[in-house]
Design a protein around this ligand. Structure first.
Ligand SMILES: [Ca+2]
Ligand SMILES: [Ca+2]
Ligand SMILES: [Ca+2]
Ligand SMILES: [Ca+2]
Length: 241
């Protein structure tokens, strides 16, 4: 009885310290249902992406295996279509409209992008940006010129040990890109987000052994200073070469 009363008091005290009402209602349960999209997917399906590839307003699923192929599944029946064979040695890519024709293309490490034929006709076509291996390949319009740019980072785990660089590809046009490489701490993982809310996407990275993103002002993680050569509001038209 004493132990029960003590436990309840401790809960009330903690709730008060946190500023919560002691009788805070329990969070609603969110039910999940497992759905099998493909019982025979590409082996070692490291790349998993989502995007509306067929333009019906519903997100589709894109998967690529380390030994190939690259496929996509159309929601809701998950009709499977192969985009390319080959092996895809990366983990994170994105579906984004690289060529600005209104349909979602696919960006992956390597560095390549696949042109979606939905609006332009023809078949899926691979356009190579670089030969840089990359664990992650993500997109944003870094200089706000209306064309998506690509940012890649490899990983420092396993044998490659090349996660100490960030590769930035500015799109001149869908088949022409300028590259800039920034040094960073070893590690893996990258994200683009407007941290300082100046309208321009910033680069957030994780570093080996940390569990928090490496952004300034966090108590944990490694802080990376962004060189001033990164375009800013006043210098975006002078992209460094
Ligand atoms: Ca869709
Ligand atoms: Ca497109
Ligand atoms: Ca751009
Ligand atoms: Ca910013």
């Amino acid at each position: 009885m004493y132990r029960t009363a003590l436990s309840v008091s401790a809960v009330v005290l903690l709730a008060a310290l946190r500023g919560y009402p002691a009788s805070r209602p329990a969070a609603p349960t969110v039910p999940f249902t497992q759905v099998t999209v493909d019982a025979s997917p590409p082996s070692s399906p490291w790349y998993k992406m989502v995007g509306d590839l067929n333009g019906d307003g519903q997100l589709d699923i894109i998967v690529a295996g380390s030994n190939g192929p690259l496929v996509w599944y159309a929601y809701p029946n998950w009709t499977k279509t192969q985009i390319a064979s080959g092996g895809w040695d990366g983990v994170r890519g994105e579906a984004a409209d690289i060529d600005g024709d209104g349909d979602a293309d696919i960006v992956m490490g390597g560095v390549v992008w696949f042109r979606n034929p939905r609006n332009g006709g023809g078949s899926w076509t691979m356009i190579r940006i670089d030969t840089q291996p990359a664990h992650d390949a993500i997109t944003a319009d870094l200089d706000l010129d209306g064309r998506l740019d690509v940012v890649c980072r490899d990983q420092s785990a396993f044998s490659s040990k090349t996660g100490n660089a960030i590769h930035i590809y500015r799109q001149v046009n869908p088949t022409s890109w300028t590259k800039r490489t920034l040094s960073c701490p070893h590690g893996e993982g990258i994200k683009l987000a407007d941290i300082d809310r100046d309208g321009y996407a910033d680069i957030v990275i994780g570093a080996t052994g940390t569990r928090t993103p490496a952004i300034p002002s966090t108590a944990r993680g490694t802080t990376m200073s962004i060189p001033p050569a990164i375009p800013t509001r006043t210098t975006r038209s002078k992209w460094p070469t």
